[in-house]
Design a protein around this ligand. Structure first.
Ligand code: CP3
Length: 351
């Protein structure tokens, strides 16, 4: 029996399911962020975490980006590290996330709090409801979580890292501790994703930004295994799930087998190669290098068109960047991405 979706279909959700659309849908990861003057003004009044914790401010950040860019989907304004705060670590931003005390031992893992998502992250779901109430019905609202490995990475390191040395020390040297943490994190993230859908999100994206750092065997057992568990637990909700990881081009077939409806691509693989290797069995999302937005509107247009040509004949295609919009990106070039997709991305499907 297939679950009937609770929400009306949009161009975005249809493409996620591989159904024909009139236009390739488009949104951008980190579309609400520091490059936008509207966001900078919000930040003059409030810290990043205050914005996340005040539903009216979080909703404003999400909706400002929709107003400026007119994408097909909005994304909840929050951060992947919020559930770690709910689990009892103290979260600050300076400006990257800092989580204290860092989780380094079995004692640290068992000391983490059991989360009641509806109680401990209520402000996120209130923000979802506030956005949904104001968002046009033709647009989707994407809820998100970090994938377990990526969130566990921040909890173990305590801050962003280039080498992920402490994460890897646990994964390679103390796998029992790493698995114990990943189990607790998976439980929390699953509840967090479900609560966002119940609060009005009609899709969920998992961000696995750190997965591609692991060796091939550990990628399977410490990243993919837990991502698959979260994705599987969302199936009964009937909303599409997107899995995005970076630097996993060598493992695309494994990524496509995680159970997600959509595979997010970074720019290190082409859409053409992904289609060939995956035989069009999942929808794809991506994959313009965000640094292209530092060139000219003409160059942005040319490269958007190239990617759209590669996606021709694939109903399940969602245009996005290959990673988040970078700080200091010129807003006109961000808008150009959307305009170019609307110009070059017309398709044969129903409106
Ligand atoms: O439009 C949106 O996408 C906004 C919602 C959003 C944020 N973070 C807000 C944010 C989302 C979806 C995220 C995801 C996120 N957060 C990821 C996964 C995607 C990725 O970039 O790989 C990761 C790894 C984080 C952790 C994080 N949060 C870092 C490393 C940093 C500092 C550096 C950076 O990349 O911005 C943040 C801060 C953060 N998260 C800001 C915003 C708007 C900037 C806060 C500020 O200084 O005002």
């Amino acid at each position: 029996m297939t679950q009937r979706p609770k929400y009306p279909q949009t161009r975005f959700t249809r493409a996620c399911r591989g159904e024909p659309v009139d236009q390739v849908p488009v949104w951008m990861m980190r579309q609400a962020g520091r490059y936008m003057p509207e966001y900078q003004r919000l930040r003059e009044q409030a810290g990043f975490l205050d914005i996340c914790r005040k539903p009216e401010l979080a909703a404003k950040a999400t909706l400002d980006a929709v107003q400026v860019l007119d994408p097909d989907a909005a994304i909840v304004f929050s951060d992947i590290t919020i559930p770690a705060d709910a689990m009892g670590q103290t979260l600050t931003f300076e400006p990257g996330p800092v989580l204290a005390p860092a989780v380094r031992s079995m004692y640290d893992v068992v000391s983490l709090k059991r989360v009641d998502a509806e109680r401990d992250m209520a402000y996120v779901y209130e923000a979802c409801r506030a956005v949904r109430a104001q968002l046009d019905a033709s647009k989707s609202l994407i809820g998100f979580v970090g994938a377990p490995l990526t969130v566990a990475g921040y909890m173990i390191e305590g801050r962003p890292s280039k080498a992920w040395r402490e994460l890897k020390r646990l994964v390679y040297g103390e796998p029992k501790v790493a698995h114990a943490l990943l189990e607790r994190v998976t439980e929390t993230l699953t509840a967090h994703a479900i609560a966002q859908v119940e609060a009005g999100c009609d899709a969920v994206q998992l961000f696995d930004s750190t997965a591609g750092e692991l060796a091939a065997a550990e990628l399977q057992t410490f990243a993919f295994r837990y991502a698959r568990e979260v994705i599987g637990a969302l199936r009964h909700l009937g909303v599409p799930v997107i899995y995005f990881a970076r630097n996993v081009g060598a493992h695309l077939e494994g990524v496509a087998d995680l159970g997600a409806d959509v595979v997010g691509l970074d720019w290190t693989v082409t859409v053409e190669e992904a289609r060939r290797r995956l035989d069009d069995r999942v929808a794809l999302q991506g994959n313009l290098d965000p640094a292209v937005l530092f060139t000219t509107p003409e160059e942005v247009d040319r490269r958007v068109h190239e990617i759209l040509k590669e996606s021709e004949g694939l109903d399940g295609f969602i245009f996005n960047l290959g990673h988040g919009v970078l700080p200091e990106t010129p807003v006109p070039n961000a808008r150009q991405v959307i305009t170019s997709v609307r110009t070059h991305g017309r398709r044969q499907g129903p409106r």
